[in-house]
Ligand binder design. Structure first.
Ligand SMILES: NC(=O)c1ccc[n+]([C@@H]2O[C@H](COP(=O)([O-])OP(=O)(O)OC[C@H]3O[C@@H](n4cnc5c(N)ncnc54)[C@H](OP(=O)(O)O)[C@@H]3O)[C@@H](O)[C@H]2O)c1
Length: 356
C-alpha cells in the first residue's frame, strides 16, 4: 500500500481549519503532518478544539513556509483573504500543491479582485502572477482543470450553493441571465470563529436579517463570474441577498430566474439538473416537488438541489442546500485534492449527514 500523503493545514485554529482536520483525520490516504495558525501557535490542537481530545494533541505552530515544505506535499490554506495570498505564494514557490479556501484566487481578474477585496493596507492583489495558474475548485464544473492544477481556489460557500442550483439551467439556455436573484440564508459559522456582535447569541439567536444587500456582499462578484462563464462569457449582473440565520451550519439558496421559453415545464428544468448531476457523487437532485433542507446535508459533503416553476408568475426557482463548512469549504477542498491526486473523489468524504 502507498505511504500516506503528508498534508498541512494553515489556519488550523479556525472553523474551516477544524473541519479540514475532522475530515482529514479520517482520510484513507492522508497523514496530517503540520498544523499552523497565528494566535493559537504553541497550543495543542485538542486544547484549541476540544472535539479532538483523545484523537490528536499535535501542536499548532507559527507558519514557516520551509517547515511546511519539509513536512508536507499538500497544504490547505484556511486563512483570511489577503493574508492567504502571500502564504500561498510562499508554498507554491516551494512546489506544494495548494488548496486555498480564501477568496484570494477565485476571481480571475486582478482588477476585479482589487475592486472587491482591496483595502487601504492592501489596495492590489498580493500575488497576481499566480492568478493565471489558479483553478476555480468546483469539481462539478472544473474537474479536468483541477486534475492538472497546483493551485486550487476553493469556492466560497454562498457561490457554491448558488452555482450548483442554477448553472445547469444557464448552461442549457433554459433561463435568462438578466434579472437573476440569489436569495440565500447562512448559519453563523460562515463568519468564522472570531467573536463579533452581529453573531453574538442574544443579538442573532431569535431573529433573521438580511445583510450586505444591494451588491455589497463580495460573493456577488464570484457568483457573477461563474454564471457569466456558464452563459458563454456574458457579463452577468444579479441581485444577491444573503441572510444570517440563528443556526451554526448550513446554507439554503433560492435562485429566481426568468424562463427563456414559456412552453417549458418544471419537468424540463428538473431534467436539466438530472442530466448535469447524474454521475456526480456529491450533488443529489431531489424528487420532483420536494425542497432542500440544510438539516439533511449537515456535516456531509452533499449538495441537495431541486427546481420549481411558478407558472402564474413565470418564474423558475432553483434551490440548493449545503453545509457551508463542508461542501461550502473543507469538504469541497478535500474533494478537489482527491481529484488532483487521481484518487476516488469520495475518499474521506463518505460521511452521511448528521440528522436530526
Ligand atoms: N466559514 C465558512 O463557512 C467559510 C466557507 C468557505 C470559505 N471560507 C474562507 O476560509 C477562510 C477561513 O475561514 P474561517 O471561517 O475558518 O475563519 P476563522 O474561523 O476566523 O479562522 C481563521 C484562521 O486564520 C488564522 N489567521 C487569522 N489571521 C491571520 C493572519 N493575519 N495571519 C495568519 N493567520 C491568520 C487564524 O489563526 P489564529 O486564530 O490562531 O490567529 C485561524 O486559524 C476565510 O478566507 C474564509 O473566507 C470560510
Amino acid at each position: 500500500m502507498a505511504a500516506p500523503l503528508p498534508v498541512a493545514v494553515v489556519g488550523a485554529s479556525g472553523y474551516t481549519g477544524a473541519e479540514l482536520l475532522r475530515l482529514l483525520f479520517g482520510h484513507p490516504h492522508c497523514d496530517v503532518t503540520g498544523l499552523y495558525a497565528r494566535k493559537s501557535a504553541g497550543r495543542a490542537i485538542d486544547e484549541v478544539f476540544r472535539q479532538f481530545v483523545g484523537l490528536s494533541s499535535q501542536t499548532v505552530e507559527a507558519f514557516d513556509a520551509d517547515a511546511v515544505a519539509n513536512r508536507a506535499q499538500v497544504a490547505f490554506c484556511a486563512l483570511p483573504h489577503g493574508h492567504s495570498a502571500t502564504v500561498v505564494a510562499a508554498l507554491r514557490e516551494r512546489g506544494l500543491l495548494v488548496v486555498d479556501l480564501s477568496a484570494d484566487f477565485r476571481l480571475r481578474d486582478a482588477d476585479e479582485y482589487a475592486k472587491w477585496y482591496g483595502s487601504n493596507e492592501r489596495p492590489t492583489h498580493p500575488a497576481p502572477h499566480l492568478l493565471e495558474g489558479a483553478v476555480y475548485g468546483l469539481p462539478e464544473r472544473y474537474r479536468a482543470q483541477i486534475a492538472d492544477s497546483k493551485l486550487i481556489a476553493s469556492p466560497g460557500c454562498y457561490p457554491t450553493s448558488a452555482i450548483l442550483a442554477i448553472a445547469p439551467l444557464i448552461d442549457r439556455g433554459l433561463v435568462a441571465t438578466t434579472g437573476l436573484v440569489v436569495d440565500a440564508k447562512s448559519g453563523a459559522s460562515g463568519a468564522g470563529r472570531s467573536p463579533a456582535l452581529a453573531v453574538h447569541l442574544p443579538e442573532a439567536g431569535e431573529g433573521v436579517r438580511a445583510y450586505k444587500v444591494a451588491g455589497a456582499h463580495r460573493h456577488t462578484a464570484e457568483i457573477e463570474q461563474e454564471l457569466g462563464a456558464a452563459a458563454g462569457g456574458t457579463d452577468v449582473r444579479l441581485t444577491f441577498t444573503p441572510h444570517l440565520l440563528p443556526m451554526s451550519r448550513g446554507i439554503l439558496s433560492c435562485v429566481y430566474a426568468a424562463p427563456t421559453d414559456s412552453s417549458l415545464s418544471v419537468d424540463d428544468y428538473r431534467a436539466a439538473l438530472v442530466d448535469a448531476y447524474d454521475d456526480e457523487p456529491f450533488v443529489a437532485v431531489l424528487p420532483a416537488g420536494t425542497s432542500p433542507d440544510t438539516a439533511h446535508v449537515r456535516t456531509s459533503n452533499m449538495a441537495h438541489v431541486s427546481v420549481a416553476y411558478d407558472e402564474r408568475a413565470g418564474r423558475v426557482l432553483a434551490m440548493s442546500a449545503i453545509d457551508n463548512l463542508v461542501k461550502g469549504a473543507a469538504g469541497q477542498a478535500i474533494q478537489s485534492m482527491n481529484v488532483a491526486m487521481g484518487w476516488d473523489e469520495r475518499a474521506g468524504l463518505r460521511g452521511v449527514a448528521a440528522f436530526p
